[in-house]
Design a protein around this ligand. Structure first.
Ligand code: HEM
Ligand SMILES: *[C@@H]1O[C@H](CO)[C@@H](O)[C@H](O)[C@H]1NC(C)=O
Length: 315
């Protein structure tokens, strides 16, 4: 009797683990179906970053914004459904054309095989590496969604005014820890933000902001107007994926309010200091967190589809 119970229990466990295994991504997913995939992605991203170095940052952000809305399913790439025009995305995301170029090359070599969601995961990795960030093996096998969701994008993507508590809970609802959150925020060592996203900070955050930094930023970002003025989020080395972002936070020179929340007397201060002191630790944690973020609710098996065009659901 006890044996039978144990057996049922073991069966249940193996059923659950086989379901989990089924949903698992693999770094060799396309090794026979599209052996040159990673080279193809790399070539296109390399050329795009050579033309415009910011593109490395833009591709990384695109992947983050994909994963936080319905999982890493390429939903951000769909023209319909309003995800692209959600508050955090409108007039803010770049790189859709680069993804289109990659997809066209990949389709020419391996038609109907590689998802847009996976292309985005690889492009984000290569963009990071081209700006002297770490590289890593990307687990693959995601499929593409047939829907996008504007309201979910507005609900799930963090805003630049967020408090530490909100940031922690926003990442927790995606299964990511505060450490993941603080490591992933290091992505702000590259790329740029519009005046409209940091205006409140440079005029209203005096308590936790370097005075001369605020004065400097105010020159081109007035209290009203010039909303689209761009400033690097890491003023020291905006095109290098390094730990200057964390050094800046310790000097109260975070550009976004949400950035400075990571070093404002709270739970993440110690980790910010550690990352500032140890680029190796930061890079290792960043890679782990990127893989975890890439694992958010992927569509696998026969779910979803492999889009022919990343902007459109297959007809
Ligand atoms: C922690 C919460 C986060 C908040 C509140 C946030 C907010 C923002 C904002 C407001 C911008 C500027 C957008 C604009 O002005 O158009 C930005 C840019 C950027 N974000 Fe984040 N972000 C967060 C986390 C992340 C994460 C997790 C990543 C990637 C792992 C990331 C990568 C980037 C990159 C690379 C840029 C620059 C993009 C470019 O120059 O095209 N961010 N972020
Ligand atoms: C978007 O997501 C919300 C929250 O999960 C859900 O209630 C809504 O039905 C979704 N809308 C679409 C168009 O899928």
């Amino acid at each position: 009797m006890a044996d039978r119970k144990l057996m049922h229990c073991l069966l249940a466990v193996s059923l659950v683990s086989s379901l989990v295994a089924h949903a698992q991504l693999s770094t060799t997913f396309y090794s026979t179906s599209c052996p040159n995939l990673e080279t193809t992605v790399w070539e296109v991203v390399k050329e795009a970053v050579a033309k415009d170095r910011r593109m490395g940052a833009s591709l990384l952000r695109l992947f983050f914004h994909d994963c936080f809305v319905q999982g890493c399913d390429g939903s951000i790439l769909l023209d319909a459904g309003g995800e692209k025009s959600a508050g955090p995305n409108a007039n803010s995301l770049h790189g859709f054309d680069v993804i289109d170029t990659i997809k066209a090359s990949v389709e020419a070599a391996c038609p109907g095989v590689v998802s847009c969601a996976d292309i985005l995961a690889l492009a984000a990795r290569d963009g990071t590496f081209l700006l002297r960030g770490p590289t890593w093996k990307v687990p693959l096998g995601r499929r593409d969604s047939t829907t996008a969701n504007q309201s979910l994008a507005n609900a799930n993507l963090p805003s630049s005014g967020a408090s530490l508590a909100t940031l922690v809970s926003t990442f927790a609802s995606q299964g990511l820890s505060p450490t993941d959150m603080t490591a992933l925020s290091g992505a702000h060592t590259i790329g740029q933000a519009r005046c409209s996203t940091f205006r409140d900070r440079i005029y209203n955050d005096a308590a936790n902001m370097d005075t001369s930094f605020a004065a400097q930023q105010r020159k081109a970002c007035p209290q009203s107007g010039n909303d689209g003025h761009l400033a690097p989020m890491d003023v020291q080395t905006p095109r290098e994926f390094d730990t200057a972002y964390y050094d800046n936070l310790m000097a109260r020179r975070g550009l976004l309010h949400s950035d400075q929340e990571l070093f404002n007397g709270g739970s993440q201060d110690a980790l910010v200091r550690q990352y500032s002191a140890s680029p190796a630790l930061f890079r290792a944690d960043f890679v782990k967190a990127m893989v975890r973020m890439g694992n958010i609710n992927p569509l696998t098996g026969t779910a979803g589809q492999i889009r022919k065009n990343c902007r459109l659901v297959n007809s």
